[in-house]
Design a protein around this ligand. Structure first.
Ligand code: SF4
Length: 110
């Protein structure tokens, strides 16, 4: 089962409480189906675009996107990015990590 996106209080309950940013999420009272549309055409596409508009006015979009990437979310809209865009960002990050000289990532993490 895919991990939930923070599109509703129900889903937000599943984001670890230490993620303080979730308290300021613009999607707190939005319809969860907007953030987790089934499919990618027709009504699902419209829902996804509406979710992204909510994200545009969200004060914690950056934190949301970072959380999604770090926790490996593969479905839903997070930080204004849809599934395809999240996948592209993950590939880009992986590529950057692969090109990083050995030891640099360890130094950054430390
Ligand atoms: S960026 Fe979008 S999905 Fe993330 S918390 Fe804000 S409104 Fe919700």
């Amino acid at each position: 089962m895919p991990a939930p996106a923070p599109g509703t209080r129900r889903r937000m309950d599943e984001v670890p409480l230490r993620q303080e940013w979730i308290q300021r999420a613009a999607c707190a009272d939005e319809d969860p189906d907007l953030f987790f549309p089934v499919g990618s055409t027709g009504p699902a596409e419209r829902d996804q675009e509406e979710a992204k508009r909510v994200c545009e006015r969200c004060p914690v979009a950056r934190q949301c996107l970072t959380y999604a990437l770090r926790s490996g979310q593969t479905s839903g809209v997070w930080g204004g990015k849809d599934e395809g865009e999240l996948a592209k960002l993950r590939r880009k990050r992986r590529g950057a990590a692969d090109r990083e000289p050995v030891g640099q990532e360890i130094r950054r993490a430390g």
